[in-house]
Design a protein around this ligand. Structure first.
Ligand SMILES: [Zn+2]
Length: 631
């Protein structure tokens, strides 16, 4: 008897303690031990990260598909470790036959990948084996190890062909290319996993250090180059009238047609020098990307993104004149820049510009997006906004999207939802969310969508990846916003962003930062939403009447701490809606008894989760509505 009691007590206390702690991978635990991260969600006193300066030259002459490149990289090893090798990212190797990918590849997608023509370290030539690598991460042993707190200078010459069928990059048409991942980049070496060996498989996107870039893109005359960073020499590459229009656009509220179809046809846009070298520079950015074309028209305008200083950001679009929706894209981009700066996250857009280039990807890069054209212009607005929203996560925040994509896609999806609500009203915005960010719990035969959001990206695929990186975390962020209220939620978000921008936050840094700033231990919520196999299914068990009022008993069948509305119809014909935030599940995540304070007699109640879609709608009303049949 005594023994039994002891066991029971032990079990209870163990479960309580266990419920409070978030699962932490062993490599992340080591980061806490080393003091590079801190359990209050702030960077640790020993936090470090590596960086580099890239001086890149790219040479392109369509219709020749070969890109010739050379670069000098100065790589700074701020880590306490001696590096015997460097890992390079050659993302374009995704096009090699035999490269592991999440999907199949069309013949036109395949190329021979990146070929390194020469490589030297601190001025001394070193061999580079081009043969065995079908992978996008290539480790290269250094003849002399790179010491802690030391730097190394690398020189690389390479070439690759842009693919006929573009994915996130490649040939858009015979004389328009989108050049992304176009240079060998040193992979991230960080405090918790060392070298990032995550292979790019066409699904797992960014994890980059914050670097500075000087880039020269050499193209034939009549080609315009759009790209990340400040265009340093507009008057060297543009004819005077065009350069003037471009310069005016940087302070104009109106849309300026910097280069029109007519001007392009009459070769009035660029300097007629045979070849032109377009020079760009960018500091403290995780990547650069470029679009080139000899026939894309160019629109530009600008908008104030920082009300305090009056700082403006430029919004530009480069597109085929026949793409009707793209004639509105600069307007959409300005709208997104202003909204993101002033509403959510409510931090002034951190770059000087954004350019939306017409391609096929719906893909973000720092200051650049490669977006498709759509017949439905409202969808073009939706995509433009989403890609520009990525400026904050993953770029401004240095997210390891390859391992924890929910830390960036989830936020872009959240911002997109809130933006759409402001622009088109909650009803239309929410129906778009349900359509495109579907969290349809009944549409996944393998139940991979039930995997915890914290599951590392390389272990997710298909529906499991989409739901766990976009829709599900977005709902989690919206649920915590609803629970904390907008003011406290924004305070937490801003504190997290101010502590970690320009760094590499992990999910635990985010969770603990919110705990500290809110003054609440939200681990029960993080555990429930981000570390559990929960899904949304609430069920009304009954309505009971007592002397003090009526009670609605709700069972949380799926386990997710989802907020919901309770719609109550009274006997006198009136009705009422009671909102319950996720806090209703704080103390008991299985059952909840909701008191109806009204003295009126309820005749029926119904749960409406709104965006928080319920897997089994047949148990959402009392009395049961027999007309509701689940698929
Ligand atoms: Zn996205």
């Amino acid at each position: 008897m005594f023994r039994l009691i002891v066991v029971v007590l032990f079990t209870i206390s163990f479960n309580l303690a266990h419920a409070q702690e978030l699962y932490t991978p062993r490599d992340v635990k080591k980061a806490y031990e080393k003091g590079t991260r801190s359990r209050d969600g702030m960077p640790g006193s020993n936090y470090w990260q590596n960086r580099a300066h890239y001086n890149i030259s790219l040479s392109v002459a369509p219709p020749n598909r070969t890109i010739q490149g050379s670069e000098t990289i100065t790589y700074f090893n701020n880590s306490p470790d001696t590096l015997s090798f460097l890992a390079f990212k050659l993302i374009v190797n995704i096009h090699k036959p035999g490269a592991p990918r999440t999907g199949g590849a069309n013949e036109k997608y395949l190329t021979q990948g990146v070929h390194i023509d020469s490589f030297s370290v601190n001025g001394k030539a070193q061999a580079w084996n081009n043969q065995p690598y079908y992978y996008t991460t290539v480790p290269v042993k250094l003849n002399q190890p790179l010491n802690a707190k030391d730097s190394v200078q690398l020189f690389i010459k390479w070439h690759y062909d842009v693919s006929l069928q573009s994915g996130r990059e490649g040939m858009i048409d015979s004389t328009s290319y989108f050049l992304a991942y176009s240079y060998p980049r040193v992979a991230v070496y960080d405090d918790y996993q060392g070298w990032d060996f995550t292979n790019f498989n066409d699904a797992l996107e960014f994890y980059n250090d914050f670097n500075s870039y000087s880039v020269q893109v050499q193209v034939p005359e009549n080609y315009v180059v759009w790209g990340t960073g400040t265009l340093l020499n507009p008057s060297e590459v543009l004819q005077p009238g065009i350069a003037k229009k471009f310069s005016n656009s940087l302070t104009s509220d109106e849309v300026v047609h910097v280069a029109t179809q007519q001007e392009l046809l009459q070769k009035q846009v660029t300097r007629q020098n045979g070849m032109n070298t377009w020079k760009f520079s960018a500091h403290n950015v995780p990547d650069v990307a470029f679009g080139i074309s000899d026939h894309f028209v160019w629109d530009a305008s600008s908008v104030v993104v920082d009300g305090k200083t009056g700082r403006r950001a430029s919004a530009q679009a480069a597109y085929n004149d026949t793409a009707a929706d793209f004639h509105h894209v600069v307007h959409f981009a300005k709208e997104a820049l202003a909204w993101l700066s002033n509403n959510w996250p409510g931090i002034p857009y951190p770059y000087e510009k954004t350019t939306v280039f017409q391609g096929y990807a719906g893909m973000e890069y720092p200051m650049m997006a490669n977006d498709e054209t759509y017949d439905d212009t409202s969808f073009s607005r939706f995509v433009a906004m989403h890609e520009i929203a990525h400026t904050y996560m993953p770029f401004y925040m240095g997210i390891n999207e390859t391992r924890y994509g929910f830390m960036d896609e989830g936020w872009a999806t959240t911002f997109e939802c809130l933006f759409n609500r402001d622009m088109m009203g909650t009803e239309k915005a929410d129906s778009m969310f349900k359509l495109f960010r579907v969290v349809d719990w009944n549409n996944d035969p393998s139940q991979s969508q039930d995997l915890p959001i914290i599951t590392p990206g390389p272990n997710l695929s298909g529906g499991g990846l989409g739901i766990n990186e976009y829709g599900k975390p977005a709902l989690g962020y919206l649920a915590i916003k609803d629970m904390l209220g907008d003011q406290l939620f924004k305070k937490c978000l801003h504190e997290y962003m101010s502590q970690w921008n320009g760094k590499h936050p992990l999910p635990w840094d985010f969770f603990y930062s919110f705990n500290r700033t809110s003054g609440q231990n939200l681990d029960w919520f993080w555990n429930n939403w981000f570390f559990s196999h929960n899904y949304i299914d609430l069920s009304i068990k009954n309505i009971s009447k007592t002397k003090t009022g009526s009670f609605v008993a709700i069972e949380n069948v799926g386990g997710m701490a989802a907020p919901f509305d309770l719609l109550i119809h009274y006997k006198d014909g009136t009705s009422e809606t009671i909102h319950q935030s996720a806090a209703v599940w704080k103390n008991n995540q299985h059952k909840s008894l909701i008191k109806i304070t009204s003295k009126k007699e309820p005749v029926s109640v119904r749960i409406d989760g709104g965006l928080f879609m319920d897997a089994d709608k047949s148990n959402n009303s009392w009395p049961r509505d027999k007309s509701i049949v689940n698929r």
